[in-house]
Design a protein around this ligand. Structure first.
Ligand SMILES: *Cc1c(COP(=O)(O)O)cnc(C)c1O
Length: 396
């Protein structure tokens, strides 16, 4: 009899969990640790001989059983060999890049990348690493940008704030054939909706701050590696002093248990809001790959199994900044704040072009970023309707 492969819903519940190892308790304890004691000098020396060894506790900075449970669960869900928890999503991105580059290298980075990741890549110039930005819709055309010294390509799909979907299999196939490492930020989709390693990527990074922890109460990151890349990334993470807090890895693991159902609900709420917004006279465009007609819809249908609750909405250009600001201030249920991925709805201005390559398609009006939380959709739509109606009557 062949063993049945568990469906995703089952995997979120059980990944990385072994209650027998913790006396039957369903969840692991929160290990707060720096010092770990050894039986004798020999045991101490053996553990130091191989810092990559994951199962022997060495020192708190190298991880604890709580962190290991989070890493194991995430690696399993992404179909990776192993994962490394980091203190933030940005630290996951910077550590992944620093693992591979040296002076003289050239790296290709998506022009739609998360802006702090972009700032970090720009700063690599001081170390002799040249960063070049590519059009996220480039696909296999990325081949023309490869140089003999190109070491790494950094993808994010969909892109931050502008939501371009990349042809990940086409890009990773070209890069793989030229020994260029591909790193991809999968924070938006999570393994619930996309598994980039199966699309050819070598390394996946996450801001677990967003959907993985899912309750806006933690800052946490993770890097998921293939077998080929793990030793390199883990070695760099250790040298850089990467580690994550005890409570944060616990919250990351706890979040994973409900990730599947939360993402399905975020998607349902977002589709309802996005569809309503698209039909409003104040709106010229909704940027959300899940909607038919979106530029990335076809690739999204091919490579994703669902859409997260984060999307863009472009207001008609006749509304100036004071009018849009007043509208945002008038919203009650949609919060105005950084980050996303928690249970609450948010709507913030998104300065989409400030950092982009010249020639990037300009939205026809003010771009806002919406996160669909779990409030009742009727209440959310009433909140939007009230603010939009005032926008039109006062400024239209
Ligand atoms: C928020 C975010 C990050 C950074 O995560 P932090 O945990 O805040 O450091 C990285 N990538 C994407 C796509 C993000 O949205």
């Amino acid at each position: 009899m062949t063993e049945r492969i568990p469906a995703p819903g089952t995997r979120f519940v059980h990944a990385g969990s072994d209650p027998r190892e913790q006396r039957g308790y369903v969840n692991p304890p929160v290990h707060r640790a720096s010092t770990v004691l050894y039986e004798d000098v020999r045991a101490m020396e053996e553990s130091q001989s191989d810092p990559l060894k994951r199962n022997h506790p060495v020192y708190g900075r190298f991880g604890t059983p709580t962190g290991r449970a989070f890493e194991t669960a995430l690696a399993e869900l992404e179909g990776g060999h192993a994962a490394i928890a980091t203190c933030s999503g940005l630290a996951a991105a910077t550590t992944a890049v620093l693992s591979f580059v040296r002076a003289g290298d050239h790296i290709l980075v998506s022009d739609s990348v998360y802006v702090p990741t972009r700032r970090f890549c720009d700063s690599l110039a001081a170390l002799g690493v040249v960063t070049e930005y590519y059009d996220p819709e480039i696909g296999a055309g990325i081949e023309e940008l490869l140089r003999p010294e190109t070491r790494l390509a950094y993808l994010e799909s969909p892109g931050s704030t502008t939501f371009e979907v990349q042809d990940v299999p086409a890009i990773t196939a070209v890069c793989r054939s030229r020994d260029v490492v591909t790193v991809i930020d999968n924070t938006w989709a999570t393994p619930a909706f996309c598994r980039p390693l199966a699309l050819g990527a070598d390394v996946v990074v996450h801001s677990a701050t967003k959907y993985l922890t899912g309750h806006a109460d933690s800052i946490l990151g993770a890097i998921v590696c293939t077998e080929d890349t793990y030793a390199t990334v883990r070695g760099a993470a250790i040298r850089l002093g990467q580690c994550a807090g005890a409570d944060d890895v616990y919250l990351g693991l706890r979040g994973i248990r409900t990730l599947g159902v939360r993402l399905q609900q975020h998607q349902r709420q977002a589709v309802e809001l996005a569809t309503w917004l698209r039909d409003r006279p104040e709106v010229v465009e909704v940027v959300y790959p899940a909607l038919p007609g979106d530029r990335g819809h076809r690739l999204w249908q091919r490579d994703f199994t669902g859409a997260a609750g984060l999307f863009g909405v472009v207001l008609d250009g006749r509304f100036g900044k004071p009018a849009v600001d007043a509208m945002l201030d008038r919203l009650h249920l949609f919060g105005l704040g950084h980050s996303w991925g928690g249970f609450e709805s948010l709507m913030v201005p998104a300065d989409s072009l400030a950092h982009r390559l010249p020639g990037t398609r300009r939205p026809a009006g003010t771009l806002l970023r919406v996160h669909a939380g779990f409030e009742d959709p009727a209440d959310l739509l009433a909140d939007l309707d009230h603010a939009f109606t005032e926008l039109t009557t006062r400024h239209g």
